[in-house]
Design a protein around this ligand. Structure first.
Ligand SMILES: NC(=O)c1ccc[n+]([C@@H]2O[C@H](COP(=O)([O-])OP(=O)(O)OC[C@H]3O[C@@H](n4cnc5c(N)ncnc54)[C@H](OP(=O)(O)O)[C@@H]3O)[C@@H](O)[C@H]2O)c1
Length: 250
């Protein structure tokens, strides 16, 4: 089988498609013939991207959604079924990284990370799993991080906790899902996106931006890893991909 064909016509939901890795993934999968449902809060960004991709021949739907709200995430899955009649892949990509040391007690940001990075991923699984069970096939791709392998202390303790959780949830889904449903964890190191601008703590923010400028690889490097997982024959489940810049130490 030509793996190129295993992306064409698939209905792929991408959360967090308004920038960074999600946007790069949308562009690559559109080129490869996937039908896309793009979700994020900034609808104007999604509309702009969708118009560009449609201009190049892609079929694209757009949903304004906050993944920390279960009803919003259910609405993304409903839009995919309404517009395309099925869901083949969910790329649970939306995430935030407001870094700071625990001592700064940015408890609101800890809660927000848990809501978006963990609950958002779970709501995504809840929205698509019954559909995938019904059709007997499907693929959930969750974005963890190298910070899901190593606790990124002192500034990334809570962020790491959320990304460890994403790996646990993805592995649990893999173990629970029967034949036909695939579960992939993508764990990037520093990749160019808006994520490095998320920290409200000024001391942390300067260091994070310098780290990214010195290390980052383009977002489409991660998009290619996502495409690799999707394009495999249906019985092949790529469970885990770690993708770092060669110059990144951790
Ligand atoms: N870039 C890296 O170095 C790196 C490394 C490891 C892992 N990751 C992971 O990769 C994923 C994508 O991040 P990125 O690097 O592409 O960052 P990004 O450019 O900041 O993109 C994050 C995306 O998530 C969306 N988002 C944030 N909060 C949301 C919410 N409550 N509801 C819906 N969408 C929300 C944003 O859209 P709106 O603001 O429009 O909602 C945006 O589209 C994240 O899970 C991140 O943790 C990134």
């Amino acid at each position: 089988m030509n793996v190129q064909d295993n992306i064409r016509d698939k209905v792929v939901i991408i959360t967090g498609a308004s920038s960074g890795l999600g946007e790069a993934t949308a562009r690559l999968l559109a080129q490869r013939g996937a039908r896309l449902v793009l979700a994020a809060r900034r609808k104007e960004r999604l509309d702009q991207l969708a118009a560009e991709l449609r201009g190049a021949g892609a079929q694209v739907s757009v949903v304004a959604a906050d993944v920390s709200r279960r009803a919003d995430v259910d609405a993304i899955a409903a839009a995919a079924l309404r517009d395309f009649g099925r869901i083949d892949v969910l790329v649970n990509n939306a995430g935030i990284m407001p870094l700071s040391p625990l001592d700064k007690l940015k408890v609101d940001e800890w809660e927000r990370m848990i809501d978006v990075n963990i609950k958002g991923v779970l709501y995504g699984i809840a929205a698509v799993l019954p559909v995938m069970r019904e059709s007997g096939r499907g693929h959930v791709i969750n974005l963890s991080s190298v910070a899901g392998f190593k606790v990124f202390a002192p500034i990334g303790t809570v962020y790491s906790a959320t990304k460890f959780a994403v790996r646990a949830i993805s592995e649990g889904l893999r173990a629970e899902a029967s034949a036909g449903i695939r579960s992939t964890i993508i764990s990037p190191g520093a990749a160019d996106s808006e994520l490095k601008h998320n920290s409200s703590d000024a001391d942390t923010s300067a260091g994070v931006k310098a780290f990214y400028e010195a290390n980052q690889i383009p977002a489409d490097a991660v998009a290619r890893a996502i495409a690799y997982a999707i394009e495999q024959p249906d019985e092949v489940d790529i469970n885990e991909i770690v993708i770092r810049p060669t110059v990144q130490e951790f």
